[in-house]
Write a protein that binds this ligand. Structure first.
Ligand SMILES: [Zn+2]
Length: 507
């Protein structure tokens, strides 16, 4: 009699339910897997047979055929070992009682069950498909237990899994560990002294989801400030945690110490990163740094050092908020909604703005660096901020003033401004001011008379491009939201103009 065992496969970070059908035929002994299985699954034959025999069970002498349903969609992953092994071991038994139970796990030759990647998205799709109980490797249990309404049954050996499948044992449902509150990041803006104007700009960027380019000498604290941005963003919702944890799960970046992603990601890839490292890819596509930063911050430290081609490949996926990976087995999508934060030195050697040091760059180097800071990639970034080094005078002034803004204070402003945007954009398809296109800008960036006049003057005087003009309007919208104003007034436009692209040349 045909056995049917439930499991799932991954396409990118999406899971799809799969039924493993196993049957016996007369003829030459053999073990066949059909139904668009990739090499990891076909290799399972070699692992499963010895594993079953090493556990003291018999392997059928007839011809075994495994069919993966639906046959038309590609399937991959070593987690198919367990459902396939069970399909064989259950031959001759009725598997009707297992239609609400799913299995996944990699089986080693001695029958030990090992952890696999992508458990959370697999579990999510199985729950959606009506699965009530999930049997999986013990080391993946904590990750899957974040889901409600799904019984998690951890196993460490093939024997334990068979006992559950045959109804001999019910298995012990896994109970999620109680986390002692959300671990708070140790980074706080109160630790950044004497940079209040940059902190203000970062507040605007975080409030309206605007990209930020910080230009300043080495040692001016650019990366120190970038690192603290997650501390002023809204806390993740349950759904967002699921989504981000799913991405990290597929990337194989979860472990016992971090089974669930609880905080907004901050990713800072090194400038030697390749296009695949940044966007994702590979034979079994893994998400890249861009998608690992999904719903958090992607920080590129020292723009000048990155390969221009690699940087340019980011433009489209950041705008679309999704990475498309084309491949033979079918396209894969990885989400990539990030706050982009980029840091750059004013010149290659970094000393251009430093009175006490000498810039050693040739005019050619200065020009090529300038091209990067003014190029099409930088031009897509809303806010350009000049970061001055903290001088003694600054510090003394900061000392005399009340303590600077803390992350909690900045966050409160960000949340209020985001709430206004959420309210305004409900049902419009827009999410925040940073995502507004030309049509959205026309509809939602309404100026007062004085605001309009200032913007028109600036347009002529500063020689703004149309893109520049739109960026100023979007930023001014956020400044107005931070103030709780419905219309964009003169002072909002004036502040937004401080973050225009050519600002860094006004040294
Ligand atoms: Zn220089």
């Amino acid at each position: 009699m045909l056995t049917k065992i439930q499991t799932a496969t991954l396409m990118g970070i999406e899971g799809h339910a799969v039924t493993v059908e196993t049957d016996l035929h007369n003829g030459m002994p053999g073990f066949n897997i059909v139904g668009l299985a990739d090499t990891t699954i076909r290799e399972a034959c070699q692992r499963i047979k010895p594993a079953i025999m090493n556990c003291g069970y018999l392997f059928p002498r007839e011809r075994v055929t495994v069919n993966l349903v639906p046959a038309g969609s590609p399937k991959e992953g070593s987690h198919f070992d367990l459902p396939i092994a069970l399909g064989v071991m259950m031959l001759g038994q009725d598997t009707e009682s297992l239609k609400h139970t799913a299995f996944l796990g990699e089986v080693s030759l001695d029958g030990t069950i090992h952890s696999v990647k992508g458990v959370l998205p697999l579990a999510i799709c199985l729950r959606r498909a009506g699965i009530k109980r999930l049997v999986l490797p013990a080391s993946n249990a904590e990750e899957a237990s974040i889901l409600e309404d799904l019984e998690i049954l951890p196993v460490t050996t093939l024997r334990e899994a068979v006992a559950i499948a045959e109804g001999e044992q019910m298995g012990t449902p896994y109970l999620r560990k109680e986390t002692p509150g959300i671990p708070k990041t140790e980074y706080d803006y109160s630790q950044v002294v004497g940079q209040e104007s940059v902190k203000r700009a970062i507040t605007i960027g975080a409030a309206g989801a605007h990209g930020i380019l910080m230009i300043g000498s080495p040692g001016s604290g650019k990366s120190m400030m970038a690192k603290r941005i997650p501390s002023i963003l809204p806390e993740l919702t349950y759904e967002e945690k699921l989504e981000i944890t799913g991405i990290y799960s597929v990337a194989g970046l979860l472990d016992d110490h971090r089974p669930v992603i609880e905080e907004r990601p901050f990713r800072s890839p090194h400038h030697t990163i390749t296009k695949v490292g940044l966007l994702g890819g590979g034979a079994r596509p893994r998400p890249g740094e861009l998608s690992l930063a999904h719903r958090g911050v992607l920080f590129l430290d020292e723009l000048g050092e990155f390969d221009s081609k690699v940087i340019d490949s980011l433009r489209q996926p950041i705008e679309d908020q999704v990475v498309h990976i084309t491949r033979q087995m079918g396209d894969v999508l990885f989400p990539s909604q990030v706050m982009l934060v980029v840091a750059a030195n004013p010149c290659k050697c970094g000393n251009l703005w430093d009175d006490k040091k000498v810039c050693s760059c040739t005019s050619q180097q200065l020009e090529s660096h300038r091209r990067k800071l003014m190029g099409p990639f930088a031009d897509r970034i809303d806010m350009h901020i000049k970061v001055n080094p903290v001088t003694k005078e600054n510090l003394i002034r900061a000392d005399q003033m009340a303590a600077g803004m803390s992350s909690a204070q900045m966050r409160e402003m960000v949340l209020a401004a985001r709430e206004r945007q959420e309210h305004r954009f409900r049902g419009t398809g827009y999410r925040d001011n940073g995502s507004l296109d030309e049509r959205g800008i026309k509809a939602y960036c309404v100026l007062t008379g004085a605001g309009e006049q200032l913007l028109r003057e600036a347009f002529g005087r500063l020689g703004l491009t149309m893109r520049g003009y739109h960026k100023i309007l979007k930023m001014a919208r956020t400044v107005a939201d931070l103030e709780g104003a419905d219309r964009i007034a003169e002072q909002h436009v004036a502040e937004a103009l401080m973050y225009r692209p050519d600002i860094w040349e006004q040294a």
